[in-house]
Structures are given as C-alpha cells and as structure tokens.
Design a protein. Structure first.
Length: 112
C-alpha cells in the first residue's frame, strides 16, 4: 500500500503495538428531520449583487446534506450548491424553500 506520503513527518516508533492514526474524523450522524433547527436566509454578499437563499443549521452527514440540497434545488427549479455545511439556492426562494422543508418534516424551520 502506498500510504507513505500520508506519514511524512512521522517519527519512527519502536513500540511493536503502535498503529498510525491518520486523524480521520468520523462523520456526524444525521438527526431526525423533526429535531433539526434549520434557518433560511436571503444573502447577496460575495455574489456580485445577485440574491441567494441559504439554508444553515443542518446537523448530519454530508451525503444527507447533498441529498437535501438536490431536493430543494429541484423543488425550486433553480441551480445552487452545497458548500461548508450550507445549502445555497440561486434567487430569493425563502418562502418556497421553507414550505418544502416543512413538507419534508423539518418542522423547526425558520425564515430569518
């Protein structure tokens, strides 16, 4: 296995029971939709004056966040992305996104 590049800078160990820890974090388990505290924002910063709808506060795995992002983009009929734990939807769709989230069981969703 060619994992030597990941171990650069490691000091040699004489302990026969030593196992190298790669520092991989375990993915957070996704909370149930009714326990999620989601916030829906309208934002224009860093987008050249264009409006975007941002969903923050999702607690769970990145795969579940990606799936929720796809569902919201499809429901609004627009583009967007999922970055750094946020779902970004192009345009001002706060009302539609909030309605879709509540319909999917995210009852603690709030427009900010």
């Amino acid at each position: 296995m060619a994992d030597w590049k990941e171990r650069l800078g490691m000091v040699y160990s004489t302990n026969p029971d030593f196992t190298y820890d790669y520092g991989e974090e375990q993915e957070a388990e996704t909370l149930a939709p009714e326990k999620q505290n989601l916030r829906v924002w309208r934002d224009t910063k860093g987008r050249g004056g264009k409006v975007a709808t941002i969903v923050r506060g999702f607690e769970g795995s990145s795969e579940d966040l990606e799936e929720l992002g796809r569902t919201l983009k499809r429901g609004c009929g627009v583009g967007g992305s999922v970055k750094e734990g946020e779902i970004i939807i192009q345009g001002d769709h706060r009302d539609r996104v909030t309605a879709l989230l509540i319909q999917k069981g995210y009852a603690r969703t709030k427009k900010v």
